[in-house]
Design a protein around this ligand. Structure first.
Ligand SMILES: Cc1cc2nc3c(=O)[nH]c(=O)nc-3n(C[C@H](O)[C@H](O)[C@H](O)COP(=O)(O)OP(=O)(O)OC[C@H]3O[C@@H](n4cnc5c(N)ncnc54)[C@H](O)[C@@H]3O)c2cc1C
Ligand SMILES: NC(=O)c1ccc[n+]([C@@H]2O[C@H](COP(=O)([O-])OP(=O)(O)OC[C@H]3O[C@@H](n4cnc5c(N)ncnc54)[C@H](O)[C@@H]3O)[C@@H](O)[C@H]2O)c1
Ligand code: SF4
Ligand code: FES
Length: 809
């Protein structure tokens, strides 16, 4: 029987450890992870990039829900571990789950330190640690103007930069005279301040905060010198503390953090700690690179592999503020016994300082030009004696004067064991190996293969340089990006090959097209499944395992692990009978929340997975596909049936459209709407396809979007009859199905291919008829998935034993 491994904390360090353990010994443990945040593991580092507008929240997930399921990991997301009974070897959560363990890992990270100022509990006073904080800042920026960030460290400056991007005034309050005093010397700090002021940030230095003012919401901050500053939002970024309270309460030895030895073992048998919560040789780290090193040691330990112990790390940092290049590693101050080499160029705003002790490099600070960062970091880690050749580190063998080396020259000169990506512990050798042995030929492929550049992104230029110096510039330039790290083929090449070679299963496609990973990944498998189904609807058998988890379960999984059930309500038009049935089902299954959705239907939320088939049966209504890459809703206004302005029957048009195109697999979700006159009450012009009645006919608007990237739809055509609306809609949807990338919304697709190209493809009646013939053939094969499951005992029982990622044991 497998041993039970329970991990508390679903963050970067913990999940990286689990990934490494799975690589070393995949079958050894039954793994459960308890994560207080209602998200799968995401890249916390990238929250700064999200705030600065360089990434979307949807782009920072490191391990999606499918990853947990694919690896047989039970994730209790949105649950907090509140008790550990070390004698009984059991962990309990705030939701009442009890998890027995053979091995227990604390990976609980840190808590942001909140200054205990009077008024610190007011609305608008937050930390910057997780997705929720990020969302709060983005919301606040829509309504308020003045933000104060307390703390001029890495986090505070990145937060302030993000708030500036969001249109707020951002003032940084710092208790010392120099910013980033924990990473920079005075000179670099001054240069940094000048640059950030140029970007619009203001600074209040040498200030001690006294109190936060305001009624229920913050209005300002007072200081001990009697001065005051106005603020609608205060972000505290004054450092972090290891989150070790639960461990301490459980009998684990805690000083600053959870005390561990070189094998990440605590004082209790079978209990370990990894990440920011751990304290190793008196140090609790706050950067990912050391935490990943700890994870690698613990993974080997728990996989039963030989390993040297963890010996501690030299952290290096890079500020993630665009337009500012700052690097710092090791001891950067001029302590007794140290000597420093300095280069300062005020004309170009460049400063470099390398600190030596007995000939060895012990620290470095770079401002303006950080290209020497990796080399200096490697020099610090190696402990090599540079006595007599110190200058060569910055100026090359000639000692200066010559042309400075370009990025590729530097990359070529790096030794193999030098760390290129500090965030992920990737050396030059590992990258060269991925390029020469595994055929990686682009930065995204290297990222997929080694993870390099997947953290703060600071190493991307160096990764590119290594790629170029290893492959040659011509080969890199010729490289196109495949749909994922498993293939170099583009979407068009893949669809072309599927059609030409009649590939009808994902396995066959991956084999014939020589996927580097024979199993594929969570990105390419659903895409292939879609492309094959689109090309050969008759031959293709839908592959459940290649679907995203919501599509596999025909219900949307919620943050607490329950599901939602949304029956089809055509055109938003219902009947008293249907409403009564929905009410009876909601009562029978004790549905905790019944909600009217924005798409004019009814959402039953908080449903247990084992209740799903029974509820579908009792509802006796078709699936609303609220979970699918498929037609979602057709929103309608009342139209001329009741509205005195209406010129056409919007409800009938909407119902007809929904009945015709329901159950259709599409590259991404598709939303339609129909308005009965140009007043457009159904908001049809922000839909994938919106139909608006005009005198004597209808307008068809396409490629709108009402989500994160709001986009008004564009006029595709005007038609006279309802039949023509259906004809144009069918042709348009099929053209989208046949030419869009999987997971590309119509708005993105239309911008990529151009509306004129879409119009040209649909202009000819013969072409529209051909497209309609193909979409009709596909629609003729669809069946309601809920009915299919209810009627098929095998499917039903398989479904009832389906393991949800958020399930307790
Ligand atoms: C905005 C920002 C930018 C950053 N940028 C960088 C950077 O550029 N470079 C760098 O190296 N580092 C950076 N860091 C630091 C880096 O993100 C952390 O070092 C890293 O995420 C720590 O990983 P961890 O797994 O130890 O902790 P965390 O990522 O904090 O994960 C711990 C998880 O455990 C959960 N948890 C805690 N207690 C319980 C419980 N009792 N039950 C269940 N779950 C629990 C928490 O909710 C959390 O999700 C940044 C941090 C922030 C906030
Ligand atoms: N680019 C990166 O590597 C990056 C980015 C963000 C966060 N992080 C990590 O996240 C963690 C938290 O970052 P952080 O910047 O909060 O921590 P930090 O400890 O590095 O910096 C906190 C800063 O706040 C200042 N401060 C403390 N008390 C204050 C007060 N009362 N008033 C004004 N200023 C005060 C300190 O002087 C210090 O400069 C750290 O481990 C950091 O390394 C790293
Ligand atoms: S869009 Fe026109 S027809 Fe429809 S409800 Fe509004 S005013 Fe009435
Ligand atoms: S150094 Fe941060 S991603 Fe490579």
């Amino acid at each position: 029987m497998k041993k039970k491994l329970v991990m508390i904390g679903n963050g970067m360090a913990g999940v990286s450890f689990v990934e490494q353990l799975l690589k070393l010994n995949p079958g050894r443990y039954d793994i459960s992870i308890i994560g207080a945040e209602p998200h799968p593991n995401y890249n916390r580092i990238m929250l700064s990039s999200v705030l600065a507008g360089d990434a979307g929240l949807n782009e920072i997930v490191l391990n999606d829900w499918d990853w947990y399921q694919d690896n047989g990991i039970a994730l209790l997301a949105g649950q907090e571990a509140v008790e550990v009974d070390a004698a009984k070897r059991e962990v309990r959560t705030d939701r009442g789950a009890a998890l027995p363990y053979d091995e227990l890992v604390f990976a609980t990270g840190s808590l942001p330190f909140m200054l205990p100022l009077p008024g610190a509990d007011k609305e608008g006073v937050i930390a910057f640690r997780d997705i929720k904080d990020c969302e709060t800042m983005m919301e606040a920026a829509k309504r308020y103007r003045k933000a104060i960030v307390i703390g001029g460290g890495l986090l505070g400056l990145e937060a302030a930069r993000g708030l500036l991007h969001l249109g707020m005034e951002a003032a940084v309050v710092h208790n010392g005279p120099f910013l980033m005093n924990r990473q920079l010397d005075e000179t670099a700090s001054r240069m940094l301040r000048t640059e950030l002021e140029r970007q619009g940030m203001t600074f209040l230095l040498n200030k001690q905060s006294a109190a936060i003012t305001g009624e229920s919401r913050v209005t300002g901050l007072t200081f001990t010198d009697g001065t005051r500053a106005e603020a609608d939002l205060i972000v505290m970024a004054v450092g972090i503390r290891p989150n070790a309270g639960l461990a301490a309460r459980s009998g684990v030895s805690v000083q600053t953090g959870i005390v561990v030895n070189d094998y990440m073992e605590t004082n209790l048998p079978h209990v370990y700690a990894v990440g920011e919560c751990a304290e190793h040789r008196g140090v609790a780290y706050g950067l990912v690179a050391p935490l990943y090193e700890q994870g690698a040691v613990l993974a080997k330990r728990l996989a039963g592999a030989e390993t040297a112990g963890y010996a501690g790390s030299v952290p290096s940092t890079k500020l993630k503020v665009s337009g500012v290049n700052v690097f710092s590693a090791g001891r950067y101050t001029d302590d007794p016994g140290t000597r420093a080499l300095r280069v300062q160029d005020d004309l170009d705003g460049i400063y470099k300082k390398v600190v030596f002790e007995n000939g060895r490099v012990v620290g470095a600070v770079l401002f303006g030009d950080t290209s020497d960062g990796s080399k200096l970091f490697a020099a610090i880690r190696s402990g090599k004696d540079y006595a007599g050749s110190e200058r060569e580190l910055l100026f090359g063998p000639s000692g200066g004067g010559g042309k400075p080396a370009g990025a590729e020259d530097l990359a070529a000169a790096m030794s193999g064991d030098e760390i290129v990506c500090g965030c992920n512990g990737v050396t030059k050798d590992m990258l060269v190996d991925a390029i020469t042995e595994k055929g990686c030929a682009s930065v995204p492929e290297l990222k997929a293969c080694t993870k390099a550049s997947g953290g703060c992104g600071g190493c991307k230029p160096l990764v590119e340089a290594i790629l170029t110096s290893t492959l040659g510039a011509d080969k890199v330039a010729a490289v196109k990006e495949g749909i994922c790290g498993c293939t170099k083929l583009t979407r068009d090449e893949i669809v072309g090959a599927i059609r030409e070679m009649r590939l009808t299963t994902t396995k066959e496609a991956m084999h014939v097209l020589e996927w580097s990973n024979p199993e594929g990944c969570s990105k390419c498998r659903p895409a292939l499944n879609y492309y094959i189904g689109m090309a050969f609807p008759e031959e293709h058998e839908d592959e459940r395992a290649s679907r995203f988890v919501n599509e596999r379960s025909h219900a949307n999984i919620q943050k607490d692990g329950t599901y939602s059930v949304v029956p089809r309500i055509y055109g938003g038009v219902t009947t008293p009978e249907d409403l009564k049935r929905i009410a009876t089902v909601a009562e029978k299954y004790r549905v905790p929340l019944v909600k009217i959705t924005g798409g004019q239907r009814i959402d039953l939320l908080g449903v247990k997975k084992e209740d799903l088939p029974g509820m579908w049966e009792d509802l006796d209504m078709p699936s609303g596909y609220a979970y699918g890459k498929s037609l979602r809703t057709v929103k309608t206004c009342v139209g001329n049936t009741f509205c005195r302005f209406g010129t056409q029957d919007a409800m009938k048009m909407g119902v007809d459209l929904e009945k015709k195109f329901e159950r259709l697999d599409t590259p991404h979700k598709v939303k339609l709407a129909v308005s009965g006159c140009p007043r457009n009450c159904a908001e049809a012009t922000i839909k994938d396809l919106g139909v608006v009645a005009i005198d004597g006919g209808w307008e068809l608007h396409v490629a709108g979007n009402g989500g994160t990237r709001v986009r008004a739809a564009e006029l595709l055509t005007k038609v006279k009859t309802e039949e023509e609306v259906l004809e144009w809609t069918g042709a348009y949807l099929q053209y989208y199905r046949e030419t869009a990338n999987y997971l590309e919304r119509t708005s993105e697709w239309c911008q990529r291919v151009g509306l004129d190209a879409v119009k040209a493809a649909l202009a000819d009646k013969a072409d529209r008829d051909a497209l309609n013939a193909r979409i009709d053939a596909t629609l003729g094969l669809t069946r309601d998935p809920w009915k299919e499951i209810i009627e098929n005992a095998e499917l039903r029982s398989a479904f009832e034993t389906l393991t949800a990622p958020a399930d307790a044991k």
